[in-house]
Every structure is written in structure tokens, then in C-alpha cells.
Design a protein around this ligand. Structure first.
Ligand SMILES: Nc1ncnc2c1ncn2[C@@H]1O[C@H](COP(=O)(O)OP(=O)(O)OP(=O)(O)O)[C@@H](O)[C@H]1O
Length: 652
């Protein structure tokens, strides 16, 4: 299908159509709406369901993943352990006078971008100013946007800051705000230094209010907590992946840009559990020649955004991408995004910079899609190492490990602790359990030190935070090196996590596939791929003549039988108008019923993008639709046995 998007793209007309056709709309609109909350209407719902269906087939089915559906309500302890309670936060700054709150990195970004635009205008260069509803409202009040020419060095400095914007800490942002004299853009008033704001929605579970909980901000934790059961489902075999699709919640400081930053959204996440010593992937050879656009961290840290176009094989071989499994998923994400309509020229994989990446992660790449709002992270793909399973195991004392038989038994020598438990109880009473636990959890290095201390003093000193200080004498404890023959290796798997935000992908696809016909700019088309288009066929009787009605029933029953989603438009509007309405809805095919149909049962099939038509028997037409929609045939392949049809019916 030909796509003429981008060149003459107008966000305003796209947004109008998405609203008019009810792809999605603000929730609680008649109550005034709530920022960052959206409802999907019928075409939006069907589009989302088709994307999810494709995701399941592309990942869960193709890779034998184990899908789980875990609760959104999560107790405090889980997110305390995962680090979300302490660290899942963004930086915000407040205007004390007006009470307005800004997300610090977004504010710096917006102000510097607007100054750069002002500079361009002052230099007489063209500036593209897209208008969305949010922006129009804000712009009325904003004093910041002035056409002021900047020094060349300042322009360069601003561009460097913008390229590194995702990597700044709160302190860095505070300094940038001071350095560039950034104030409340609407009032010119000063701002407080940035402070952290936790993005999780807090709640209480149960009537007592005692059990504190959160609405999950990602689906991942449920998958980690069920690790042992999933490993058992997989017959204890590694590697394997779990997957989950469900709503997540984030109390974003400033929701904006429609579906791109919302407070409740659908995520599809994969946790691929892998042996840390074996991050190769058995199917890497299938994807190694895929050419992708990479934006490596070194390039960004040098203040540039120049892409490196190379194969996934090369990216892994040179160490740019940390390992084969991560490379494999990057290529599979790419294939999935293309399948559902993403424009490959507007997709890049951006590596997290060192100061942006979580401390435990060993590598992280975001699939970013270019939109009129800039490059947007739509899929994160991180190697999270053994972090999640390790912290949950430590907190719960559950062993979240894999036991792998060794090809040859090996002899290992380790320090071991031998406690005389009968004497421990009477000696330490209520503290006995805590002291035993403390001693049994020591690392090999710590045990070596303790064995030396025991040999020298005939006792060891034990300090346990929150419990007390104790002395354990040598009649209660022995620490010595012991040799054992091991037949299995026990390890905590590493996790590679591709994490998809479905709403962001949906909106970006709309932008990538929206265009207007050159002969009439008001005739807009959404070139959604047939596989994911909400409705596949529009059935259009040429007129309301009574002879055509039974044929509509016959055709719709044939489509229903074949489970091809369709809509009938038997309104009195012209054929051209009816097709135009459905071009906006992204419906790829139209079946026209005319008076020839009454005579010989033949119908015409119209293709949305080219408006080409073919004619044939109903059964052949339905077959062509199915081949193109579900089996990946092109229009030419799918309709090769049908006769081309020159229509006298006006398109416009
Ligand atoms: N507020 C949001 N609205 C819509 N989608 C979101 C939102 N936050 C995250 N996502 C989606 O979930 C995916 C995985 O979440 P992740 O935690 O990696 O995002 P993030 O790095 O916090 O995103 P950002 O930096 O843009 O806030 C993202 O790639 C994105 O598609």
C-alpha cells in the first residue's frame, strides 16, 4: 500500500478526525475531563485489540512464551523491595506564587526548544509550529516565545543539552534552570528547585486501611513473583519468557500530547529469563542481517544524535549491543512494529546513556518513533541483570533460582558455618533466630574473615542493625572450608525485558499513516495495514433500490461466516463520500453492490490507498480480502485472478 504521510502532515486535521470518528476521547468529558485519562471508542478499541492479537502471535505464540495475568493492585512491600517506593519518581518544580507545577526536564526541554525556534525565526528560517489543543491553551499565556537571535555558541549548547535531556539528575536540572534563567513561561515568575515526585498511585487494600498498596506502574513485578511457578510450567528448562498484557498506572506530573503521556495505559511486557553465562540466542541467526538505525550512548554523550545504520549481527559483534538475546529482541521489536504499520524511516533504537540507565541494568535500548512531538520512546528493551529476582528472593527468603545439571561433576571448596543450635536458644533466647540467620547469610569473603577472627579470639563479634551486638563463642560455632562434589549449578537468571506502551505505539502509527489526497486536501486517509485495521471491509450498495437489499444481506452473511469484520454504509450519501468516511477510519477495502450484481452476482472491490478496483464473484472477492488481510499477500498478488475494473462512479 502506498503511504504518502509526513510531507503534508497536519496534526490538527489528524486530531480532528480521531475525535470525530471516536478513535479515542478524553474520559469523563461531560464532567470537564481529567488530564491524562482517555477512553477508546469503537474503531480505537478494535485497532488496539488487533494490535494486541498481532503482538500475541508475534511474541507469545512464535516464541512459546508463558502468558500471565497478574493483579494491578499490589501491596506496599513488593514495590518497596523492587525499589519503586524510593526511586520511581520524576523531578518537578513549583511556582510558589501561582502553585503551578512543572516536570523539570520537560520544562527545560520546552523552553530551550522554544528559544531555538525563536532564534530560527529571527534568522529568517522556516519554523514549523504544530498546534495541538494543549499548546493553543498554553500559548495564549506564554510570554517566553520571542523571536530572539541567539549566539552561535548558545545554539550549540542548547542543542547539546537537548540531546542529553533524558540523562540529567534533579540537581543537574536545577543547575540548568538557574544557568539558563528558566522561569514559569506563563508568568515569568521564579521556580523552586526541583524535588522528587513519586509516580505511583497509592491506595489502601481492605477496610482497615492497614495494608498499604499501589496501582502497579508496570506489569513486570507480577511476572517476577511467579517465577518459580513459571519455571515449573516450563519443566525447569531455561531460557524461557513470560509475558503479560494489562493496564498500568502512573501519576504523571504533566500529562500531555494526547495518548503519549497518560496516567492509565495498556502495557505488553515480556520477561525473558536467561542464564547469565549464556546470553546467546538459538534464533539469532534468523535476525542477524536485519539493518537498523541505532543511536548509541557514546554519540549522545558527545551531544550528537547521528544514527549508526548497521545490522543487528554487527551491533552485537562489536559490543555496541551487549548480547545476542538483547539483539534478538531488538530485531523482533523492529519486525513487530513494521508489521503493524510503523514507518521504518521513523523508527530508531536509542541506547540509554550511562547516567540514565538503572544502576543494575547492563544495557538498555528504547525503540523510538518519530512524531510531530519529536522522537518518542514507545518500547523499552533492557537487560535488567539478576536484580529483580535477587531482591525479591532476599526479602522473602524464597529461592528464585535455577538448578542446572552440570555436564561433569565439579569439586568446590567453600567456607561453611556449623552452628550448635541446641546451645544457641538457651544462650541468646529471643535473638537466637536473628543471629543464626545473620551468620548463615554471610558471603564467602565475610566467612573467611570471621573464621580468622574465631581462630584468633575463640569468639566472633556480631552486630545486627536493629537487633543488637553479641559475642558468639567457639563452642557454639565452627567455620571451616569444606570440599563438596556438585552435580548442579545454581544461579539467579538474568532478565531481558521488552516493554511496550500500546497507546504510544497507536498514536505514532496514526501519525505515520495519515495523509490527504493530493487532489483534495480535505480527503484524508489513514493507511492502516489490513491486518490491524479496525474494520476490513465497507459494504456499499450503489443506491437504496429494493433490488439491492437482499444482496447486502447475502454479502454480509458471507463476510460474517468468514469472520471478516465489516460495516455497511447504506446511507444516501454519494459513493465517494461514503468511501471518504471510511478512508478516515482506515478501512482498507470496499465492496460495491450495483445493478450488475443483481444480474450476475459479481461485485467490485476497491483498495483504499490507490482507489484501484477489481471485479469478480463474491467468493473470489472474499478470498482476496482474506489473502491480503491475514496471509500477507499484496493487492496485486491477492487480486491476480480478478478482472481490473474501471469505475464510472465518482470517487469525490
Ligand atoms: N505516561 C505514559 N503514557 C503512555 N505510555 C507510557 C507512559 N509511561 C510509559 N509508557 C510506555 O511504557 C513503556 C515502558 O515504560 P518505561 O518505564 O520504560 O517508560 P519510561 O522510561 O518511564 O518513559 P518516559 O521516560 O517517557 O516517562 C514506554 O516505552 C512507553 O511506551
Amino acid at each position: 500500500m502506498s503511504v504518502k504521510a509526513a510531507e503534508n502532515f497536519s496534526r490538527e486535521s489528524l486530531e480532528q478526525i480521531l475525535k470525530r470518528r471516536f478513535f479515542y476521547a478524553p474520559s469523563f468529558e461531560i464532567y470537564g475531563g481529567v488530564s491524562g485519562l482517555y477512553d477508546y471508542g469503537p474503531p480505537g478499541c478494535a485497532f488496539q485489540a488487533n494490535i494486541i492479537d498481532t503482538w500475541r502471535k508475534h511474541f507469545v505464540l512464535e516464541e512459546d512464551m508463558l502468558e500471565v495475568d497478574c493483579t494491578m493492585l499490589t501491596p506496599y512491600e513488593v514495590f518497596k523491595t523492587s525499589g519503586h517506593v524510593d526511586k520511581f519518581a520524576d523531578w518537578m518544580c513549583r511556582d510558589l506564587k501561582t502553585g503551578e507545577i512543572f516536570r523539570a526536564d520537560h520544562l527545560v526541554e520546552e523552553v530551550l526548544e522554544s528559544r531555538l525556534k525563536g532564534d530560527k525565526a529571527a534568522r529568517g528560517q522556516a519554523v514549523v509550529e504544530e498546534e495541538d489543543d494543549d499548546k493553543k491553551k498554553r500559548k495564549k499565556k506564554v510570554k517566553e516565545i520571542k523571536n530572539v537571535k541567539l549566539d552561535d555558541e548558545v545554539v550549540e549548547e542548547y542543542e547539546t543539552v537537548l540531546n542529553k535531556i533524558d540523562g540529567y539528575s534533579g540537581e543537574d536540572l536545577g543547575e540548568l534552570i538557574k544557568k539558563y534563567n528558566i522561569v514559569n513561561p506563563a508568568t515569568g515568575g521564579p521556580l523552586e528547585p526541583p524535588v522528587q515526585f513519586n509516580l505511583m498511585f497509592e491506595t489502601a487494600i481492605g477496610p482497615s486501611g492497614q495494608l498499604k498498596g499501589y496501582l502497579r506502574p508496570e506489569t513486570a513485578q507480577g511476572q517476577f513473583l511467579n517465577f518459580s511457578k513459571l519455571l515449573e510450567c516450563n519443566n525447569e528448562r531455561m531460557p524461557f519468557a513470560s509475558a503479560s498484557i494489562g493496564k498500568s498506572f502512573r501519576n504523571e506530573i504533566s500529562p500531555r500530547a494526547g495518548l503519549l503521556r497518560v496516567r492509565e495505559f495498556l502495557m505488553a511486557e515480556i520477561e525473558h529469563f536467561v542464564d547469565p553465562e549464556e546470553k546467546t540466542h538459538p534464533r539469532f541467526a534468523d535476525v542477524k542481517d536485519t539493518k537498523l538505525s541505532f543511536l548509541p550512548k557514546g554519540v549522545q554523550e558527545a551531544g550528537s544524535n547521528e544514527l549508526k545504520v548497521t545490522t543487528v549481527g554487527d551491533a552485537v559483534a562489536t559490543g555496541m549491543v551487549d548480547n545476542e538475546t538483547l539483539g534478538y529482541f531488538i530485531a523482533r521489536i523492529h519486525a513487530f512494529l513494521l508489521k503493524i504499520g510503523v514507518d521504518p524511516a521513523r523508527l530508531r533504537f536509542r541506547q540509554h546513556m550511562s547516567n540514565e540507565m538503572a544502576h543494575y541494568a547492563s544495557d538498555c535500548w528504547d525503540a523510538e518513533l518519530q512524531t510531530s512531538y519529536g522522537w518518542i520512546e514507545c518500547v523499552g528493551c533492557a537487560d535488567r541483570s539478576a536484580y529483580d529476582l535477587s531482591v525479591h528472593a532476599a526479602r522473602t527468603n524464597e529461592k528464585l533460582v535455577v538448578r542446572k545439571p552440570l555436564p561433569e561433576p565439579v569439586t568446590v571448596e567453600n567456607f561453611e558455618v556449623d552452628l550448635d543450635k541446641k546451645k544457641f536458644g538457651p544462650k541468646f533466647r529471643k535473638d537466637a533466630g536473628a543471629i543464626q540467620k545473620f551468620l548463615l547469610e554471610r558471603t564467602q569473603c565475610e566467612l573467611e574473615d570471621l573464621s580468622k577472627e574465631l581462630a584468633a579470639n575463640n569468639k566472633i563479634a556480631v552486630d545486627i542493625k536493629g537487633v543488637g551486638s553479641f559475642e558468639v563463642e567457639s563452642d557454639l560455632i565452627k567455620i571451616a572450608k569444606v570440599q563438596r562434589v556438585e552435580h548442579v549449578r545454581e544461579f539467579t537468571p538474568n532478565v531481558i525485558e521488552p516493554s511496550f506502551g500500546i497507546g504510544r505505539i497507536i498514536y505514532s502509527i496514526f501519525e505515520h499513516l495519515f495523509w490527504s489526497r493530493p487532489e483534495d486536501k480535505d480527503r484524508c486517509v489513514l493507511s492502516l495495514p489490513p491486518l490491524v485495521a479496525p474494520t476490513k471491509v465497507l459494504v456499499v450498495p450503489l443506491s437504496n433500490h429494493a433490488d439491492l437489499a437482499p444482496l447486502v444481506a447475502k454479502i454480509t452473511s458471507a463476510l460474517r461466516k468468514e469472520q471478516v469484520p465489516f460495516k455497511v454504509d447504506d446511507s444516501s450519501a454519494s459513493i465517494g463520500k461514503r468511501y471518504a468516511r471510511n478512508d478516515e477510519l482506515g478501512t482498507p477495502f470496499g465492496i460495491t453492490i450495483d445493478f450488475e450484481t443483481v444480474k450476475d452476482g459479481s461485485v467490485t472491490l476497491r483498495e483504499r490507498d490507490s482507489t484501484k478496483q477489481v471485479r469478480g464473484d463474491l467468493a473470489d472477492i472474499v478470498n482476496a480480502i482474506k489473502e491480503i488481510t491475514y496471509n500477507g499477500a499484496s493487492w496485486a498478488e491477492g487480486t491476480s485472478k480478478l478482472a481490473p475494473f474501471e469505475t464510472a462512479v465518482e470517487e469525490s
